[in-house]
Design a protein around this ligand. Structure first.
Ligand code: AP5
Length: 190
């Protein structure tokens, strides 16, 4: 089973590269950001609570996203593997994911981190904000808050996977296809 964590700050290209990986490896894409936006669109209680936090650029509680991932793992018992995109974002989430996968006699194959400068991230997200309709892309202050949340709470998750010898970082700036090639080289080494 190939279970990949695609890691990196907001705008690093996790969603973009996930699309290519789904096609090539037939994996199930689990993006907590997409799942939360789905809850917002459906107007659920969870979505209403999450929207306030997402619009401010801060993380939603661990229990919420861990519960969503747990449900999705249960609903896809015959999957060839998963791409985790935007999850885990805290060490507590990483620990919970290990436990969930262990209970299914599975494990993370590796984390691949996309390295992109803050200036490039801001530029990408502001550009997308012109058309995406995502409130958290439209405001430079919220974008900077998302990057700060990443540095404060999410960057330490890299250490969690380094300790397990499952961490690789690659350059996330350049053509989408070149970055995809680099990801494939890492996957081939698993
Ligand atoms: P989420 O939806 O996960 O957003 P994010 O990680 O902040 O950022 P993106 O998904 O927008 O970035 P990405 O790396 O996928 O880049 P993409 O491929 O889209 O989270 C949103 C919010 O939900 C969070 O702030 C939080 O509140 C909440 N949340 C989600 N998960 C959570 C969790 N686990 N715990 C707690 N809270 C959680 O690309 C971005 C843009 O760049 C696109 O326009 C793309 O076309 C462009 N682009 C991509 N690659 C390239 C390239 N190589 N060159 C030029 N442009 C490129």
């Amino acid at each position: 089973m190939l279970n990949l964590v695609l890691f990196g700050p907001p705008g690093a290209g996790k969603g973009t590269q996930s699309q290519n990986l789904i096609e090539k490896f037939g994996l199930i894409h689990l993006s907590t950001g997409d799942l939360l936006r789905g809850e917002i669109t459906q107007g659920t209680e969870l979505g209403i609570e999450a929207k306030k936090l997402m619009d401010e650029g801060v993380l939603v509680p661990d229990s919420v996203v861990i519960g969503m991932i747990s449900n999705k793992l249960d609903a896809n018992k015959d999957a060839k593997g998963f791409i985790f995109d935007g999850f885990p974002r805290t060490v507590a989430q990483a620990e919970a994911l290990d436990n969930l996968l262990e209970s299914k006699e599975s494990a993370i194959s590796g984390m691949i981190a996309l390295e992109v400068t803050d200036a490039e991230l801001e530029q990408r997200l502001l550009k997308r904000g012109e058309t995406s309709g995502r409130p958290d892309d439209a405001n430079p202050e919220v974008i900077r808050k998302r990057i700060k949340e990443y540095n404060d709470k999410t960057a330490p998750v890299a250490g969690f996977y380094k300790n397990q010898n499952k961490f690789t970082s690659i350059n996330g700036i350049g053509a989408v296809e070149e970055i995809f090639d680099s990801i494939n080289t890492v996957i081939a080494s698993y």
